[in-house]
Design a protein around this ligand. Structure first.
Ligand code: ADE
Ligand code: ZN
Length: 326
């Protein structure tokens, strides 16, 4: 069997996936037409050609523009189910997906339509593909903490659909301490927490996410190597890092896969996981990310099995569910 087939046949959990980042250009065009929205692209080809990024912000601008075609409950259902079909092909048996409500509510989309479209598709994915899932509601860190408090309030009738709270968007200039109070409220309400940190920002953001936001995992976290003591602590405490290799290349966190530090982190004993982040924009879904790690960083298949096991260990499944899935 080819390595790519072996990778697909390996049961895996995906822990860092923005549902808006799975919007393929074909569906973008279909939804634009359905919702009478004018896109600044003449063709699907032109959309793909615009996916040249030099940093996180240059990506976010294109990504928020793409998300503007999502308007109805059916749109969110179609988006999520299309991802689950791909996830099933890739051997994903559990997924924990982010959604960014503020990207949509700011345009007048109802919170209920966003979350119920996603939740209905996840329920169908469980039935058809036996993929279990959790939803992580993420705050946009370029907006204010008051704004995040408003979303937390807006989400109240739907808390049962939300497992955890996350923090994403532009990291530089928007450190975790900006969201200390709203995360304290979310923790009081019983949510788990995660945060993007150490993607473009400093190792200090990782430490402050752990200490102030009480996160269970760090999303990305590759800049932890800037601080030896922090790295030691991450390894000792087995804090999972949800690393997204293809994303880091597309956004120029590393210039080439051969330079990525995921294998060093793995060999040092960190609990690393492989994830796809925004696969439609970054040129590959989960199995592609595993494959690129194998191809350029010489991960053996046994090591990839260990990383797939880490993905379940680092998930929010119960200990019993983890054992059944691993
Ligand atoms: N939103 C979607 N993808 C993201 C990323 N890689 N970093 C921060 N925010 C994001
Ligand atoms: Zn992300």
């Amino acid at each position: 069997m080819q390595i790519s087939q072996l990778i697909k046949s390996l049961p895996k959990a995906e822990l860092h996936l923005h549902i808006e980042g799975t919007l393929e250009p074909e569906l973008m065009f279909e939804l634009a037409q359905r919702n009478n929205i004018q896109l600044p692209y003449a063709s699907i080809d032109e959309v793909r050609k615009s996916y040249e990024f030099h940093d996180l912000q240059s990506f976010l601008d294109v990504y928020y523009l793409g998300a503007s075609v999502l308007r109805t409950r059916q749109d969110f259902f179609d988006l999520t189910f299309a991802y689950l079909e791909k996830a099933h092909e890739d051997g994903i048996t559990h997924t924990e997906i982010f959604f960014d409500p503020q990207t949509h509510t700011k345009r007048g989309v109802l919170f209920e339509d966003i979350i119920m479209g996603i939740a209905d598709a996840l329920a169908k994915g469980k039935e058809e593909f036996a993929i279990s899932s959790y939803i992580i509601m993420s705050f946009l860190r370029h907006l204010s903490e008051d704004d995040a408090f408003e979303v937390l309030e807006l989400a109240k009738p739907y808390y049962k659909y939300i497992k955890a709270i996350g923090l994403d968007s532009a990291e530089v200039g928007n450190p975790p301490e900006k969201f200390k109070n709203v995360f304290a409220k979310a923790l009081d309400l019983g949510f788990l927490t995660v945060a993007h940190a150490g993607e473009e920002g400093p190792a200090e953001n990782i430490r402050n996410s752990l200490e102030l936001l009480k996160v269970q995992r760090i999303d990305h976290g590759v800049n932890c190597v800037q601080d030896d003591k922090l790295l030691e602590e991450l390894i000792y405490k087995k804090i999972p890092l949800t690393i997204c290799p293809l994303s880091n290349i597309k956004l120029k966190v590393f210039q080439h896969m051969k330079e990525h530090n995921i294998r060093d982190l793995y060999l040092k004993g960190a609990c690393v996981t492989i994830n796809s982040d925004d696969p439609s924009y970054f040129g590959g879904y989960l199995a592609d990310n595993y494959f690129e790690c194998q191809r350029h960083l010489n991960f053996s298949f046994i090591e990839l099995i260990q990383i797939a096991k880490n993905s379940f260990r680092a998930s929010f499944l119960s200990e019993e569910e983890k054992l059944l899935k691993m």
